[in-house]
Design a protein around this ligand. Structure first.
Ligand code: PRP
Ligand code: ZN
Length: 297
């Protein structure tokens, strides 16, 4: 493959848990993506110089490290497993994306009723994450045998390959369907945006910077709300302190109501009903909470 160097390249998971959300994030950042057919390995953005490379998640760190793709969206579990095998860092995490939350867990057959970590000593543990597992075992001072498998790790106990497994758990449905139960957490993970540390030319860097700014805007607006309320002057400092994640609210006088002001603020954190109740108790009235469609910080 010789990628078109006039365009940026982002590696995303071809299919699986992160694919939909990765595409959605790019769409929210204003990119028009053509629908990829089942066997298509790349997709163009029609209105931005960006090509999507649809690959196996395990291959994403290699693509980004080698600079074949300037950017990538992948789970921290996959990145960390790769990074543990490298002498020096070859990419950097630029943003946590707030989706794809999961954990690498050790699991045992459900029939095992009380578990302690010391029970792993001398046992075989099947996993696709040998380096993360090895680091955990060393930290815990446990000597066990790691059996590396590329997939279908959940089958290992039934096949007699290993007594325990160490695999990614999201909903837990896969473990349950295979008669296994989680017993210890090895690594917590979510989807992140990574950037290659390979130097790129100025024009390319500018495109990447523009895309990153949009993505940061999408992440910031995910939870952000715009709040407008009325309040008497004496209540304004207390109200400002309650507004979640808001800096320097705008305060403007209300015509015809001396001593009363409209307070407007962007709240960067979730606004719950409890927050509104506290604002009201502090003296606020006519409270409006509005979604924010776009934001550039
Ligand atoms: C992981 C893991 C399990 C599944 C667990 O696969 O290997 O098969 O997710 O999810 P659950 O707890 O919701 O049932 P992943 O999506 O990372 O794909 P891959 O391992 O094939 O790359
Ligand atoms: Zn994978």
């Amino acid at each position: 493959m010789s990628p078109d160097r006039s365009r940026l390249h982002i590696a995303i998971q071809k299919s699986g848990r992160l694919n939909d959300r990765s595409r959605q994030l790019l769409r929210d950042a204003g990119l028009k993506l053509s629908e990829a057919g089942r066997n298509q390995l790349t997709t163009r953005a029609d209105n931005f110089p960006l090509d999507l490379m649809l690959v196996r998640d395990d291959d994403i760190p290699t693509f980004v490290a080698d600079g074949v793709c300037e950017l990538g969206i992948v789970g921290q579990n996959v990145l960390e497993e790769y990074a543990l095998g490298q002498a020096a860092p070859r990419f950097e995490e630029v943003a946590r994306l707030g989706f794809g939350s999961c954990a690498l867990k050790i699991a045992a057959p459900e029939s095992l009723d009380c578990f302690t970590l010391s029970m792993l000593a001398g046992q075989r543990i099947a996993t696709s994450y040998p380096r993360l597992l090895q680091r955990f075992l060393v930290q815990e001072g446990i000597e066990a045998e790691i059996v590396t498998m590329r997939g279908a790790v959940e089958l290992a106990p039934r096949l007699g390959i290993a007594r325990f497994i160490c695999d990614l758990v999201s909903t837990g449905a896969t473990l349950e369907a295979n008669g296994l139960a989680p017993v210890a957490e090895v690594f917590h993970s979510e989807a992140v945006l990574v950037r290659s540390l390979k130097p790129i030319d100025a024009a390319h860097a500018e495109k990447a910077r523009a895309l990153l700014m949009r993505i940061e805007g999408v992440i910031a607006t995910a939870e952000a709300k715009y709040i407008v309320l009325n309040a008497p002057e004496a209540a304004i400092s207390e109200i400002s302190a309650i507004l979640p994640g808001a800096e320097a609210p705008t305060v403007v006088p209300l015509v015809g109501r001396p001593g009363h002001f409209a307070v407007q603020a962007v709240c960067q954190e979730s606004v719950f009903w409890e927050t509104l109740e506290r604002l009201k108790a502090a003296g606020a009235s006519a409270i409006l909470v509005m979604p924010i469609e776009k934001m550039m910080l």
